[in-house]
Design a protein around this ligand. Structure first.
Ligand code: NAP
Length: 380
């Protein structure tokens, strides 16, 4: 279980006593007191239900000069984590390995030459593949970044992948101005919800495609409350756009694909784009091929681009610095209330099978986090 860390009012004498306690002195001198860790791990690729195992290990009693021991407080289950376990993601840990690209933790002990953080700091991973689905781990200090403690745990646990992705989808492809329109598939996803909020803050209209399911009305209401201009389905998109009288979108964002006649999200986005518009493909939730009518490219000069956050940073000379700046930026977006706290469902690490079922369920109400904190504390 991811153990809980609760802030509490501490009398002065207790602060000094704690500072002088052997464990505290050891932590500040680079000696980590022995810790046990529980982790989900996989020794081969395959479906998570089949290959994941919960394991208990001891962590080293001493830390290397630049190592830090981190107590993981919460970690989301993202589509890329599932793909990594399945062996369908370009980056995978050495096996046996621990899944989890995103999360938030608290530093427990630091090596003698660590300067970027100290015990008690809140940190997020800025290097992919750190393996966040565990209670504790020993990591290289350069792979983690200190964040302010006033960011709620749920938002902190989901701030190094989806938030930067939403920011870059809106900034790196088409320069959108107030009054412009974008269309996106998978609008109910975490990324989709962030895109809606960022666009709303800049006065950009959003046409949001969701699946036609019994929960549709509830999802529509939620997305409208975040600032969605129009919520519709792939099949109804064109008529809905005409009825709303919005300008044709200059930007399309697709994370679904879905090569089926009535529910083809990528094609639905492409078909409503303004001539010369850009469709950015950043996910493939349906695991189906991308199909776009060729006439849209020939006669409407539609451009199709791909986006991969991790790959983009890896190509940059100082990618880690750019990632730190993006994390600072998303903290500011949260503080200025551009981004609302993320809705979450919380399950402890021991209940990982149930957590995976919740990820796949139709009535999921938020991002599924592996954590022992209750949702109201995590949400902030
Ligand atoms: P999420 O919150 O877990 O939501 C998953 C979304 O996928 C929901 O909108 C869900 O719709 C939809 N979905 C699931 N299965 C589907 C299917 N078979 N057909 C159509 N829609 C389906 O996801 P997330 O963490 O925001 O990630 C969203 C996408 O962005 C993923 O594809 C992820 O890999 C991608 N992503 C890419 C990058 C990058 O750098 N390229 C970075 C971050 C995320 P319902 O609500 O109807 O269930």
């Amino acid at each position: 279980m991811l153990a809980r860390v609760r802030p509490a009012a501490t009398p002065l004498w207790a602060t000094y006593a704690a500072w002088l306690a052997p464990a505290s002195l050891a932590a500040r001198c680079g000696y980590a007191t022995q810790a046990n860790a529980t982790a989900l791990s996989f020794a081969e690729h395959g479906s998570p239900e089949r290959v994941l195992r919960l394991q208990h290990t001891d962590l080293p009693a001493t830390l290397g000069d630049h190592e830090v021991r981190i107590h993981l407080l919460a970690a989301p289950i993202n589509p890329s984590d599932i793909n990594t376990i399945e062996g369908k993601y370009p980056i995978a840990p050495e096996l046996p390995g621990v899944p989890g690209h995103e999360g938030v933790g608290e530093v427990e002990a630091v090596g003698s030459k660590v300067t970027r953080m100290r015990p008690g700091d809140r940190v997020v991973p800025i290097e992919h593949g750190q393996g966040t689905w565990r209670t504790h781990g020993v990591f290289n200090e350069l792979h983690w970044y200190k964040i302010p403690k006033d960011i709620p745990l749920g938002t902190a646990a989901t701030m190094v992948i989806n938030l930067p992705t939403a920011v870059k989808l809106l900034s790196d492809f088409v320069q959108l101005a107030e009054g412009d329109t974008l269309v996106q598939s998978g609008a109910s996803s975490h990324v989709g919800r962030l895109v809606i909020q960022l666009a709303k803050s800049r006065g950009i209209n959003t046409i949001n495609l969701i699946r036609d399911r019994p929960e549709r009305a509830e999802q529509e209401r939620e997305l409208r409350s975040l600032g969605a201009t129009l919520v519709t389905t792939a099949a109804e998109c064109r008529q809905a756009l005409q009825a709303a009288g919005l300008p044709k979108p200059k930007l399309g964002l697709d994370c679904v694909s879905s090569a089926s006649l009535q529910r083809d999200s990528a094609a639905a986005c492409a078909k409503v784009l303004a001539p010369g518009g850009t469709l950015v493909v950043y996910g493939a939730m349906s695991q189906q091929p991308l199909t776009v009518p060729p006439g849209l490219l020939i006669f409407n000069d539609i451009r199709i681009r791909g986006f991969w956050l991790t790959g983009g940073f890896a190509k940059m000379k100082d990618g880690w610095r750019a990632k730190e700046q993006l994390v600072d930026h998303v903290c500011a977006l949260f503080r200025t209330k551009v981004i609302r706290p993320v809705d979450v469902e919380c399950l402890p690490l021991e209940q990982w099978e149930k957590a995976l079922q919740r990820v796949a369920s139709d009535d999921r109400t938020g991002k599924v986090l592996l954590t022992s904190f209750p949702p109201d504390e995590i949400r902030g």
